[in-house]
Design a protein around this ligand. Structure first.
Ligand code: DGL
Length: 268
């Protein structure tokens, strides 16, 4: 059986990309709810409905596990989804914990970048309350990056001015780590690097989620059941046109190029 990946759009590919490194001998379904992206600026109840429709569709295809490769969807629906379906469901949330552990008591702060909905949600507030005892975590929504990504606009000349404006009220030199709390954001690491001091860590939860996926499937004896094949769906229909498929593959390759050198490229 395949492993399912779900996001509002192409952000989920940044998590799938990590899974392809860690579990290259498995097959995947990647579902992007492109009809309803962005989730981050819509009312919570509306987004919950989209998520359940999408996951119902994915469940009908038959998956051995599902990764909600979207921080926004995880924060509003992961527990309810786990109650409804009997396959393992993994989520992704902003990697606040390792960032706070690194900088607590060291005069640097942590900046979490995510969608409006993620940052408003109780799940995020509870996470920060649990971990951030010295009040070193700041947060900022960057909905424009979701739009840029969905338009396949990664050009630094377009993106950097947006980021400069969005970040203008913050003193960027006070941060030790920037947490990418939206799966659409890793595409923009280069543009973020233009603005933040070079020594700032830029991290996301995608490697952790992929490692958890491997651990769960390994424990069930269900890994290495494929060849790295991916079937793509957009809001309930299979993607068959060559242009979209090649765009998706190009994004995975682009993520490979963004990875730290000396890690092997993924097989496509
Ligand atoms: N990729 C999503 C996330 O991780 C949501 C982007 C959106 O649809 O607003 O939060």
């Amino acid at each position: 059986m395949r492993i399912g990946f779900f996001d509002s759009g192409i952000g989920g590919l940044t998590v799938l990309h990590q899974a392809l490194r860690i579990l290259p001998e498995d097959d995947y379904i990647f579902y992007a709810d492109t009809l309803h992206v962005p989730y981050g600026d819509k009312p919570k109840e509306e987004v919950r409905q989209y998520i359940f429709e999408a996951v119902d569709f994915i469940a009908k295809q038959g998956v051995k596990a599902l990764v909600i490769a979207c921080n926004t969807a995880t924060s509003i629906a992961v527990e309810d989804l786990r109650r409804k379906y009997d396959f393992p469901i993994l989520g992704i949330e902003p990697a606040v914990k390792p960032a706070v552990q690194k900088w607590e008591g060291k005069r640097k702060k942590v900046l979490v970048l995510a969608t409006n909905l993620t940052l408003r949600e109780e799940k995020f507030h509870n996470l920060v309350k649990r971990i951030d005892h010295q009040d070193i975590v700041d947060s900022l929504p960057l909905p424009g990056l979701v739009q840029f990504a969905e338009q396949f606009e990664f050009n630094e000349e377009k993106v950097v001015p947006y980021l400069r404006e969005a970040l203008s009220s913050l003193n960027l030199s006070q941060y030790g780590t920037v947490v990418l709390g939206c799966t659409h954001f890793p595409y923009f690491e280069k543009s973020l690097r233009v603005l933040f001091p070079q020594e700032v860590d830029i991290i996301s939860g995608s490697t952790g989620t992929a490692k958890n996926l491997r651990r769960i499937l390994e424990a069930k004896g269900k890994i290495n059941e494929g060849t790295g094949d991916i079937i793509f769906y957009k809001s309930g229909s299979k993607v068959e046109d060559a242009e979209t498929l090649s765009r998706y593959k190009k994004l995975l390759t682009m993520l490979d190029e963004l990875q730290v050198k000396n890690t092997a490229p993924i097989k496509l």
